[in-house]
Ligand binder design. Structure first.
Ligand code: PEP
Ligand code: MN
Length: 682
């Protein structure tokens, strides 16, 4: 007979039954409390009340503490318990209001860089919460592959690390956010807790080699220095270093990875928390093809990317917009722009929702002052701290495109809000490497219709420079009316144009024929030209809207002024505020000229929009004799610039010879416009 069979003379078992019963009651009550919190969230949404009510929270806590005393409970204990309860309430309320993203969140496909056990994968799981059970995770080798998978529609979201509290911004991901065209729909802050892992039986003192990702190793230097006999070996991926040592099965080899990786690869945690800093967080962003709408009751953050001019105080003026609207900035990061060393891109995170009126107004102000501004997304903030939310804010849909109060209903219905004078009273000046288009000075742009050879483009560039022109033009991709006409030299021509511009100190402008060429052409060209045949190529307009390069939008040959402004709006609403309009002649019944220069369009446009207006008399005229008189007319009605075609030997030109000025004719035209004649200059 064993001792265990003896009946327990004490009442412990009976009392324990009582405790179990009470605990079950507590759990039942917690669940019921949660249900009420969800109902409150729905009601708050209905009456548009903020989710966080600081006063209510404080009052509640005071009451609970008073009640604790009357029950003779430790107030410290009670306050700790209720902190957790309130936190849980907020979380469920917040989840309830967040069900809007892309409909029901199930069977999500998420792309991450890294395998199971990687921090990115953990972040993705945390973001999806219970939906991660039936989610599919796609491992990508590079961040770029993860965003490309979203763009192509192979997955719904990508989860990317963007900054770490120890090692700082992850530049590659910031650059991707600018270029990939996706929107931020959420963020995850993950406490990164590095552990030293080993195979079963391994000990810290027995280790001779430790594998680790360079980032992870850099975050654990202090611990590793304490292991003098250990050789550190870099490994490409944190989680994979765990898998690697598991496969080796060697007790003298360890890895730095997560606890999750230990579980996954049947390893042991030899020492937990080996990072230099106890609080080492990585912030991840969750990106998707479409932006989400966040209920105004949910504390939200908005991220945007922008560039401003080089003028002193330009950044300050933009930031003042946030101060003036009482919006807290939580992050400002700057990155140099690729291929544009004189320009910085600024990434801003601020407390607020694009659907808040104050935010929409501040963003309008930013747009007015920035060269480029794109909202990357509004998403629920993961900082569950109470914050000030205005009771008066009205829910507004898609503020990126919604009318600001200053815009008259007619302008909104006309569909060109950002281009309108009501949005911006003062003329916009588009600055291209020191050349100001839209200011007082008439800007002369000249060059060949098409780049044909190095000699030809160099001769033109020299003539432009010598006569006092400001920009060199040249078509490299020629979308011609006939497929049998010369189609341009493509990128080879673009290199020639760029080199000729560089030699003569002239910024260059060239046409972008299709969306897929925009990124590559933007690396060389200072201004991107949208040709008349492409004015309503909306995919192309959207693409140049995403770049930070100035764009010259030529009026469609059969397009109304209204349609031209709508087309400009596509670019502006895409983020790019540097749009120049170009009148180049329209189709009429008149046949004596190639097109009819709509000279009226210039003062009409100047009245309706703040954007600079340039006139191209060459394509309007079709013959060189008409270029000088049309130029004078354009100047007289207020054009900010003139763009003309020139050629050293127009008779031999591969395109538009009859309308191209000879180089000496161009010099004469320039002199007649008051530019110093070449002979007069020293
Ligand atoms: C040009 O400027 O090179 C050109 C092709 O003009 P458009 O698009 O106005 O015909
Ligand atoms: Mn031409």
């Amino acid at each position: 007979m064993s001792e265990a069979r003896l009946p327990d003379p004490s009442q412990i078992d009976g009392l324990r039954l009582g405790v179990d019963r009470i605990d079950n009651e507590i759990l039942g009550l917690l669940a019921a409390r949660r249900e009420l919190a969800i109902e409150i969230a729905a009601e708050k949404r209905r009456v548009e009340r903020p989710l966080f009510d600081d006063q209510r929270q404080r009052a509640l806590m005071t009451e609970r503490l008073a009640a604790a005393e009357s029950h003779q409970l430790d107030p410290g204990l009670v306050s700790r318990i209720w902190e957790h309860i309130l936190d849980d309430s907020l979380r469920v309320q917040y989840q309830t209001l967040q069900l809007e993203w892309g409909g029901p969140r199930h069977r999500i496909k998420a792309a991450v860089q890294g395998v199971e056990g990687s921090y990115s994968r953990m972040a993705a799981r945390e973001f999806l919460g219970s939906e991660s059970e039936d989610a599919t995770f796609v491992s990508c080798a590079r961040f770029e592959d993860a965003t490309a998978a979203v763009v192509a529609g192979r997955v719904d979201i990508a989860v990317l690390p963007i900054e770490n509290t120890t090692s700082g911004a992850i530049a590659e991901v910031y650059d991707l956010m600018l270029n990939c065209g996706l929107f931020i729909i959420g963020e995850v802050k993950l406490l990164v807790r590095h552990c030293l892992l080993g195979v079963p039986g391994a000990t810290v003192s027995g280790l001779r080699k430790v594998y680790g990702h360079p980032q992870a190793v850099a975050q654990c230097t202090e611990f590793l220095l304490g292991l003098p006999d250990v050789e550190v070996v870099y490994f490409e991926d944190t989680a994979l270093s765990g898998r690697h040592i598991s496969e080796m099965g060697d007790v003298t080899v360890g890895a730095i990875a997560s606890e999750e990786a230990a579980r996954l690869f049947a390893l042991e945690v030899l020492e937990a928390g080996v990072g230099n800093r106890e609080k080492n967080y990585t912030r991840f962003v969750v990106v998707a093809r479409d932006p989400i709408t966040v209920d105004v009751a949910v504390p939200a953050k908005t991220s945007l990317v922008m560039s401003v001019g080089n003028e002193p105080g330009a950044l300050m003026e933009v930031l003042a917009e946030f101060r003036d609207h009482d919006i807290g900035l939580v992050k400002l990061e700057s990155r140099p722009t690729a291929d544009n060393p004189w320009e910085e891109m600024f990434y801003l995170d601020f407390d607020g929702n694009v659907d808040d009126r104050g935010v929409a107004e501040a963003l309008d102000g930013v747009r007015m002052r920035a060269r480029f501004m794109r909202v990357l997304g509004t998403y629920p903030s993961r900082d569950l701290r109470p914050r000030k939310l205005s009771r008066t804010q009205e829910p507004r849909k898609a503020a990126v495109m919604t009318p600001a109060p200053s815009v008259s209903p007619q302008e909104v219905s006309a569909g060109h809000r950002l281009a309108s004078r009501a949005h911006k009273e003062d003329d916009s000046v588009v600055e291209v490497r020191g050349v100001r288009i839209g200011g007082e000075q008439l800007v002369m742009i000249a060059g060949p219709c098409a780049v044909e050879s190095w000699e030809q483009v160099m001769a033109c560039a020299e003539a432009v420079k010598r006569a006092g022109g400001s920009l060199l033009r040249g078509g490299c991709f020629k979308p011609r009316t006939s497929p049998y006409s010369f189609q341009g030299l493509g990128y080879e021509g673009l290199e020639m144009l760029a080199e000729a511009g560089r030699v003569h100190g002239l910024p260059i402008i060239t046409e972008v024929p299709a969306p897929e060429h925009v990124e590559r052409i933007a690396r060389f060209a200072d201004v991107l030209q949208i040709g008349t045949r492409n004015m309503q190529n909306f995919a192309l307009l959207a693409e140049v809207g995403r770049t930070a390069r100035p764009v010259m939008l030529k009026r469609g040959m059969s397009a109304s002024i209204d349609e031209l402004l709508h087309a400009a709006e596509y670019i502006l609403s895409g983020g790019n505020q540097q749009v120049i309009l170009c009148e180049r002649g329209i189709r009429t019944f008149e046949t004596s000229s190639r097109n009819t220069l709509d000279i009226t369009a210039v003062p009409v446009l100047r009245g309706r929009t703040h954007l600079p207006v340039v006139v191209d008399p060459s394509h309007a005229a079709g013959s060189r004799e008409l270029v000088a008189p049309l130029t004078r007319a354009a100047v007289a009605v207020g054009a900010h610039g003139i763009m003309v075609e020139i050629h050293p030997e127009p008779e031999k030109a591969l395109s538009d010879g009859p309308q191209s000025l000879r180089l000496d004719e161009f010099a004469e035209l320039m002199t007649s416009l008051g530019h110093p004649s070449p002979t007069a200059s020293p």
